[in-house]
Design a protein around this ligand. Structure first.
Ligand code: ATP
Length: 931
C-alpha cells in the first residue's frame, strides 16, 4: 500500500480558507477536475485516502492482558502457593497452563480481530469525483488532494473538502459530537474561524444528510481533521456482548466452585484420608488449575468472529460481533418492498389515460412498430414521462438511473417520445427532486412552442390532490370532478391489485413571458392529470423460499413500504408473506394511531402491512415492537431511515442501493440487497448460539471426571488410593479441553434449526437442562468409566483395600498403570462427550458423524498427545504414567461409543417424549425438551 510510505498526506502550507480561486490554483486543479493520469500521480505522491493506526505494535499489551485477566490471576495464585509449599514441578505445570492458555487466547483474539477488520473489503466506500470533465464513481480511498468531489444527500464525506458550489447539510457528530445537522454552503465564506466552524468546509468522516454540492478536496487520509484526531489510534474497543457477559459470569461461578472444592478438600484429605497438609494443599491448587475454564471466553469471541466472516461472504455484513447473537433471537423482520423483496428491475406493462388502457409488451422496449396513432393524451403522457426523468437509456453501460425512472423512460420511448438525455437537459429549466415524503417529482421544461411547462410524476393519490383538471380522450383539459376522480382511482386500484407499481403523470402550461415558479408548492399545483404508467417489479429469486423459512422459524414479517396499499398487498400475497386479506394500514390511518393503539394493532393482526409509510412510521413501528418485547430487524436505505435503523435491534441497510448514512446507522449491511440474506444471517445467528451452548456443555462436562477421583480418595478415607495424580489432571486439562472445544464452534447447523420458535430475548445461554446433561449425565458417565478402568487394572494386579501401593511396594507398578488408565479413560470418555454434544436434540446421523473435520483433527491431536503422555519417558516420570498392558487398552476402546451411544439413546427418548407431550407440559429432568 502506498499510503504506508507517507506520513503527511495533504499538501503542506495550504490554507483551506483562502479564496476559492487561489485554493484551486494552489492545488493545481482545473475547472474540469484533475485528469486521470494526474490523479494517479497524486495517489502515488500522497498515498491512499485512508486512516491508519498510528501506534506501534499492540500485541505485547494484548498478551499481557491475557496473562493478567482475573482467572489467570487465580491460577498465578495457585502457582505461587505451590512454590511456597515446595512443589516446583506442579507449579511449573500450572504456569505452563497459564502460558499456553494466554497464547491460545491471544491467537484467537487476534484472529477474531482480523476477521472483523477484513470486513471493510466487502463494502468499499465510494465517492463521486469529477475527472477529465466527467463525474464518475471511484473508490473513496483513491481521492487525492485537488479532486473535485460531488456530494449528495446520504453520502459519507470522504475527504476534507472546500465547497465550490451548492449547499449541504452535514451531520458532524463523528468530529464534534454535535448531532444536529449543520448547514455548509459554498456561498458562506468564512475567514479566520476555527477550521471545523468554517461554513464553506466539510470534513471526512461526517455525513451529508441533505442538499447537493461540488467541492475541492484539500486533505485526504491522515491529513484530514479526523486523521489528525487519530480516531483510530486506539483499537476500537468492542463492548462485551450479553453472551460474553453471561459466559464470563459462568466462568467465575465455576472458578468459585473450584476454589470451594479445593478448600474443602484440604480438611477432608488431611483429617479423614490422613494426607499431609502440604500434599493436600498441592492437590487443592492443582484441582483448581484443572477446573478453572479459562479458555471459554476467547473461544466464544472467535466463534462469533468466524460467523461474521462467514456471513460477509454470503451477502450480510455484520458490524458488531454481538449482533450475531441478537440475530439468533430475532423474531420480527420489518422489511421494505422495492429492491428487498422485489428485484427493483421494473418493466412498464400498461399505460392508462382517459382514452383507455394500452398494454405494453414487456419483452419489447423499442418504439412500437408502425408508429400507431396514439390518442392525444397518450402522446402527452409519453412527453411527461421522458422529460420528468433523470434516467438514461443509452449509456455505454446500458440503462442507468433509478429503476422506476428507467421503466418510465422505457415507456416513454415505447410511446414514441424523444428520450435523448442531452435534448432533455437542454430543455430543462428547473427541477424539484423526488421527495419521498411528498412522493412527487417535478421538472419545468421548455415545450415545443418555447413556453415553460410543469411536468410532475408521482404516487397517483398524491398527484391527484394537486390536480384541478384532467386531459380528456381528445386531449382537452376538463375540470377534474368527483366522477373523473373515481375513474382514475378505479384504474389505479385495478392495476395496483395486480401487484403493479403505478405512477401518475400531470402537467401545467405556464405563461411564456413570466418567470417560472421556483417554489415547489407553487409549481406543483393546479395541474392537469394526464395518465398512469404501471410497471412490473418481479419478486427476487429465492425470496419465496426465504419467506417460507421465516414462517416455519416463527419469525414474523411485516412489510413497511412507500408503495400503494394494493400493490403492497398483492406483492406480499404473491411472495407468501400474507394470505389474500391482510390488514393494510395506509398513511392516513397510521397518523390517527397512538403508540399504544399501534402496539395493540400489531399484536392483534398477525398479517399486517404498512403502505405509503414514511420513515417516521418505521421508527414508531420499531419502538412499538420492541416495547412489546420483540427482537426486531428493520430494513431501510434512505437518510431518514437512520433513526429507525438505530432503534431496531438489528438495523439492516442496503449495500447496493442504500445511502452511506443508512449504512452507517445499520448493524448489518446486505451487500446484495437481498431479503434472503437477512434470513441466512438469522440462521447463522441461531447456529452460532447453539454451538456456543455445545461447547459450554463440553467444557462443563469435563470438570466432573476431574473431581470424582479426588472424592473417591477423600471420601474413602484414603482406603482407595488416589486414582489420578495432580500432574495427570493438568495434562488432561491441556490435552482434552481446547482443541475439540474449539472445533465445536464450527459445527454445521442441526436440521430443524429454522423450524423452531426464536429464542426468547431474556433466555440465558446456560440453562439448567444443559448443566444437568453436562454434569450429571455425561460427566458422571465419563467419571464412572474412568474409575472402572482404574479398578480393573488395580484389582487384577491383586490390590485389595488396605494393600500398599507406595513406591517400592510390589503393587506400585500396577498402581501407576491404573492411574494411567484413569487418565486414558477420561480422555476417551471425553471423545464420546465431544460427539454427543454435537447435537442438542437430533441424532448425530442427521448432521453426519464425520461432517466436522475440525473435530476429527482435534481428536486425532488429543490422541497423539495422550500417546506422548503415556509412552515418552520424560512424561512418564513427570506425570507418573506407565504404559498399560495392550489388553487393558482394549477396554478403553468402547468408552467413546458408550458415552456417545448413551446420549444418543437419551436424545431419542427425549424426542419420543416430546412427540407424546407436544406442549412439553411435563419436563424430564436431564434433558431439554426444547431444541
Ligand atoms: P419501498 O419503501 O418498499 O422501497 P417504494 O420504493 O415505493 O417502496 P419510495 O421510494 O419511498 O418507496 O417511493 C414511494 C412512492 O413514491 C412510490 O410508490 C412511487 O409512487 C413514488 N415514486 C417513487 N420513485 C419516484 C420517482 N422517481 N418520481 C416520482 N415518484 C416516485
Amino acid at each position: 500500500m502506498q499510503s504506508q510510505h507517507h506520513d503527511w498526506v495533504s499538501p503542506p502550507g495550504l490554507d483551506p480558507e483562502e479564496a476559492a480561486e487561489r485554493l484551486l490554483r494552489d492545488l493545481d486543479t482545473g475547472p474540469e477536475g484533475l485528469s486521470s493520469s494526474e490523479a494517479e500521480r497524486r495517489l502515488l505522491q500522497y498515498g491512499l485516502n485512508e486512516l491508519r493506526r498510528r501506534t506501534g505494535p499492540q500485541w505485547p499489551k494484548a498478551l499481557i492482558r491475557q496473562l493478567t485477566h482475573p482467572l489467570a490471576l487465580l491460577l498465578w495464585l495457585a502457582a505461587g502457593l505451590l512454590v511456597i509449599v515446595g512443589s516446583h514441578v506442579v507449579a511449573t505445570a500450572v504456569v505452563l497452563i497459564i502460558m499456553l492458555n494466554a497464547a491460545f487466547s491471544f491467537v484467537q483474539e487476534l484472529q477474531a480481530e482480523r476477521a472483523v477488520e477484513a470486513l471493510a473489503k466487502y463494502l468499499p466506500q465510494k465517492a463521486k469525483v469529477e475527472r477529465d470533465g466527467a463525474v464518475s464513481e471511484v473508490d473513496a480511498s483513491h481521492i487525492v488532494p485537488g479532486d473535485i468531489v460531488v456530494l449528495e444527500e446520504g453520502d459519507r464525506v470522504a475527504a476534507d473538502i472546500r465547497l465550490l458550489a451548492g449547499a449541504v447539510e452535514v451531520d458532524m457528530s463523528a468530529l464534534t459530537g454535535e448531532s444536529v445537522p449543520a448547514l455548509r454552503s459554498a456561498a458562506m465564506v468564512d475567514v479566520n474561524v476555527p477550521l471545523l466552524a468554517a461554513h464553506d468546509l466539510v470534513f471526512s468522516g461526517t455525513n451529508c444528510t441533505g442538499g447537493h454540492a461540488r467541492g475541492l478536496a484539500f486533505a485526504t487520509g491522515m491529513g484530514t481533521e479526523i486523521g489528525r484526531i487519530a480516531a483510530l489510534s486506539e483499537r476500537v474497543k468492542s463492548e462485551p456482548s450479553p453472551l460474553e457477559r453471561q459466559v464470563r459470569r459462568a466462568a467465575w461461578l465455576i472458578a468459585a466452585v473450584s476454589v470451594m472444592l479445593g478448600l474443602s478438600f484440604i480438611p477432608v484429605a488431611t483429617l479423614v484420608a490422613h494426607l499431609t497438609l502440604i500434599n493436600s494443599l498441592i492437590f487443592a491448587a492443582g484441582l483448581l488449575a484443572g477446573m478453572v475454564p479459562e479458555g471459554l471466553l476467547p473461544v466464544i469471541t472467535l466463534a462469533l468472529a468466524v460467523a461474521v466472516r462467514d456471513l460477509a461472504g454470503r451477502g450480510a455484513l455484520v458490524k458488531r460481533l454481538s449482533a450475531v447473537e441478537t440475530l439468533g433471537s430475532t423474531d420480527v423482520i420489518c422489511t421494505d418492498k422495492t429492491g428487498t423483496l422485489t428485484q427493483n428491475r421494473m418493466t412498464p406493462v400498461a399505460v392508462w389515460t382517459t382514452a383507455g388502457q394500452i398494454d405494453l409488451d414487456p419483452e419489447r422496449s423499442d418504439t412500437l412498430g408502425g408508429a400507431p396513432q396514439w390518442p392525444s393524451p397518450v402522446g402527452s403522457l409519453g412527453r411527461i414521462a421522458a422529460d420528468c426523468n433523470n434516467a438514461r437509456l443509452d449509456d455505454a453501460a446500458g440503462a442507468t438511473g433509478d429503476p422506476t425512472e428507467v421503466a418510465v423512460l422505457t415507456a416513454a420511448r415505447i410511446l414514441g417520445a424523444e428520450t435523448d438525455s442531452a435534448t432533455r437537459e437542454a430543455n430543462r429549466r428547473w427541477q424539484f427532486h423526488f421527495d419521498p415524503e411528498l412522493k412527487l417529482m417535478s421538472t419545468i421544461d421548455r415545450s415545443e412552442d418555447g413556453s415553460p411547462v410543469v411536468h410532475t410524476k408521482g404516487a397517483p393519490e398524491a398527484l391527484l390532490t394537486r390536480c384541478s383538471h384532467i386531459l380528456d380522450a381528445d386531449g382537452q383539459p376538463l375540470p377534474l370532478d368527483s366522477l373523473e376522480r373515481r375513474q382514475v382511482d378505479g384504474a389505479v386500484d385495478d392495476l395496483a391489485a395486480q401487484g403493479l407499481r403505478v405512477l401518475g403523470f400531470a402537467q401545467r402550461q405556464l405563461p411564456a413571458k413570466k418567470r417560472p415558479p421556483h417554489r415547489r408548492a407553487s409549481a406543483e399545483q393546479d395541474l392537469c392529470f394526464v395518465g398512469l404508467i404501471a410497471m412490473l417489479d418481479p419478486p427476487r429469486p429465492g425470496v419465496i423460499e426465504a419467506v417460507a423459512k421465516c414462517q416455519t422459524a416463527g419469525i414474523r414479517i411485516i412489510v413497511i413500504t412507500g408503495d400503494h396499499p394494493l400493490t403492497a398487498a398483492a406483492t406480499a400475497e404473491r411472495i407468501g408473506i400474507t394470505g389474500p386479506h391482510p390488514k393494510v394500514v395506509a398513511a392516513e390511518d397510521f397518523e390517527q394511531l397512538e403508540d399504544r393503539q399501534l402496539a395493540t394493532l400489531i399484536r392483534s393482526c398477525p398479517e399486517i402491512i404498512f403502505a405509503r409509510a414514511s420513515p417516521e412510521a418505521k421508527l414508531h413501528i420499531a419502538e412499538a415492537l420492541r416495547h412489546d418485547g420483540h427482537v426486531v430487524a428493520m430494513t431501510g436505505d434512505g437518510v431518514n431511515d437512520a433513526p429507525a435503523l438505530r432503534r431496531a435491534d438489528i438495523g439492516v441497510a442496503m449495500g447496493l442501493s442504500g445511502t452511506d448514512v443508512a449504512r452507517e446507522a445499520a448493524t448489518m449491511v446486505l451487500t446484495d440487497d437481498d431479503f434472503g440474506s437477512i434470513v441466512t444471517a438469522i440462521e447463522a445467528g441461531r447456529r452460532i448460539y447453539d454451538n456456543v451452548r455445545k461447547f459450554i456443555v463440553y467444557i462443563f462436562a469435563h470438570a466432573v471426571p476431574e473431581v470424582v477421583p479426588f472424592l473417591l480418595f477423600a471420601l474413602s478415607g484414603g482406603v482407595i488410593p488416589m486414582p489420578l495424580t495432580i500432574m495427570q489432571i493438568l495434562a488432561f486439562d491441556v490435552g482434552s479441553e481446547t482443541f475439540p472445544a474449539l472445533s465445536l464452534s464450527r459445527e454445521p447447523a442441526e436440521p430443524g434449526i429454522m423450524q423452531r420458535a426464536p429464542r426468547p430475548r431474556d433466555e440465558g445461554v446456560i440453562r439448567l437442562p444443559m448443566l444437568l446433561r453436562a454434569w450429571i449425565f455425561l460427566g458422571l458417565m465419563v467419571a464412572g468409566l474412568a474409575a472402572a478402568g482404574y479398578f480393573w487394572v488395580l484389582l487384577r494386579a491383586g490390590w485389595r483395600p488396605g494393600t500398599s501401593i507406595d513406591v517400592g511396594s510390589p503393587l506400585h507398578h500396577a498402581y501407576r498403570q491404573a492411574t494411567t488408565m484413569t487418565l486414558l479413560g477420561m480422555i476417551t470418555g471425553q471423545i464420546g462427550t465431544a460427539f454427543a454434544v454435537r447435537t442438542q436434540r437430533t441424532s448425530l446421523w442427521s448432521v453426519g458423524v464425520f461432517s466436522n473435520r475440525y473435530l476429527l483433527a482435534g481428536i486425532a491431536a488429543e490422541l497423539a498427545l495422550a500417546a506422548v503422555f503415556v509412552y515418552l519417558p520424560v512424561f512418564q516420570s513427570l506425570l507418573g504414567t506407565e504404559a498399560p498392558a495392550p489388553s487393558d487398552l482394549l477396554i478403553l476402546l468402547p468408552f467413546p461409543f458408550i458415552v456417545w451411544g448413551a446420549d444418543e439413546l437419551r436424545r431419542y427418548l427425549l424426542r419420543r417424549w416430546s412427540k407424546r407431550h407436544p406442549r412439553g407440559d411435563v419436563r424430564p429432568l436431564v434433558g431439554d425438551l426444547r431444541p
